[in-house]
Design a protein around this ligand. Structure first.
Ligand code: FES
Length: 105
């Protein structure tokens, strides 16, 4: 598994998603509940950016139609989205947030 630096940990505000591009893949980084999660930034229902949505209870909510995706699994827990969004492993090293795109789930 290859990890690459996505951003600095201090750049992430609690419950405020940050969009980054890694190898051309849009990724939303979310710091919440003492952890950092990386989820593909494109909603599985339509082509909108999840990082513009709200974070609550380890979920990110799509701002357009309101589907909520679990940051741990990428699975939606409400309609209209039915397909999961890829999530990526995250490692913290010092102030660096590292993400691996190679193992999507
Ligand atoms: S575009 Fe995200 S739920 Fe419809």
């Amino acid at each position: 598994m290859t990890f690459q630096r996505a951003c600095g940990l201090s750049e992430l505000e609690e419950d405020t998603p940050k969009r980054v591009e890694l190898d051309g893949t849009p990724v939303s980084l979310v710091r919440t509940e003492g952890e950092v999660f990386a989820i593909n930034d494109i909603c599985s229902h339509a082509n909108v950016s999840l990082s513009e949505g709200e974070v609550d209870d380890c979920h990110i909510e799509c701002w357009l139609h309101g589907s909520r995706f679990d940051l741990r699994s990428g699975k939606p827990d409400s309609l209209p989205a039915t397909r999961p969004v890829p999530v990526y492993p995250v490692k913290i090293e010092g102030d660096d947030v590292l993400v691996s795109l190679s193992q999507e789930s």
